[in-house]
Design a protein around this ligand. Structure first.
Ligand code: ZN
Length: 286
């Protein structure tokens, strides 16, 4: 049995201090994700196991606060994630109410509304938000649509009359192009004829797209005169780890990573992704 329990004991109230800085915030998210991923690693789900107990502060739900007044909004991190139903951000990071300021959109792309929301958060919750996260995920439908449009222009033409959907795909295409160039740079032009090329390009694009949006977001925030650490990661639907998928063994790559700070760092990440064991495995096995 797998059981997750939210618990508040008034006789033993939890010590839920917010993280003091970006490093603590990142550690809290990484530890939360590890606990979530490992929750399912106890073998047979039919076997009884200890419930996972998550302490919470009822004042975050407006309970036991000042009567008639809502709780103050106090997230310690902002997250830009995909709208995919399999990637519930608070659960993936094992966080509760009032912990995360979450913006979700297909492909975790940074359109003006998303940027406006994150900009609002960085300005209005500057005292509590210590970190901004861009979270992509493997097997992303939006990235898959962008890769198919990139590989087959006829597929893109089918999107032509659907402006809202095309807007999302258009925002992902630069990351797909970067991933494709990195694959050809590291593995030769013949890589495009490999049977697993489409699958490898999809997952490489997921990684590059998350890094690209983290890079762009950092530039945007800095351009507005705010200071905010930006990191990125990719949620693996199979291992449940947030990771940078460079190896086939998910546990080796788990955790969040600093946004590329320069064009060179971004390109270096694309090359590392393309030459990585994870992408190589997809090229060889699909
Ligand atoms: Zn997605």
């Amino acid at each position: 049995m797998i059981e997750i329990v939210f618990r508040y004991d008034p006789d033993n109230p939890p010590n839920l201090d917010d993280p003091a800085d970006a490093a603590e915030a990142r550690l809290l998210l990484e530890e939360g994700n590890r606990a979530f991923a490992e929750l399912f690693d106890n073998g047979d789900p039919a076997k009884p196991s200890k419930p996972r107990v998550l302490p919470f502060d009822p004042s975050d739900w407006g309970v036991s606060g000042i009567e008639g007044r809502p709780p103050a909004q106090e997230p310690f991190a902002a997250v830009l994630g995909c709208a995919d139903a399999r990637v519930p951000i608070e659960i993936v990071f094992e966080q509760g109410c009032n912990d995360l300021f979450v913006v979700r959109v297909a492909g975790n792309v940074m359109g003006s509304e998303c940027l406006g929301s994150l900009s609002y958060a960085s300005h209005h919750f500057a005292k509590t938000i210590k970190l901004t996260v861009v979270l992509g995920h493997l097997h992303c439908g939006a990235v898959t649509a962008a890769v198919d449009a990139y590989l087959d222009p006829a597929h893109y033409l089918a999107l032509a009359p659907d402006y809202p959907l095309r807007t999302i795909v258009d925002r992902i295409i630069p990351a797909v192009r970067a991933a494709a160039l990195a694959l050809e740079s590291t593995r030769g032009a013949g890589v495009t004829a490999t049977p697993g090329y489409r699958e490898a390009l999809i997952e490489a694009s997921v990684i590059v797209n998350a890094a690209w949006n983290a890079f762009s977001l950092q530039q945007e925030i800095a351009g507005r005169g705010h200071q905010m650490a930006v990191v990125f990661g990719v949620y693996d639907l199979v291992s449940r780890y947030v990771r940078l998928p460079l190896h086939t063994e998910a546990a080796r790559d788990r955790g969040l990573h600093p946004a590329p700070a320069t064009n060179d760092e971004f390109w270096e990440l694309a090359l590392r992704t393309a030459r990585g064991e994870f992408v190589g495995h997809l090229l060889a096995n699909t």
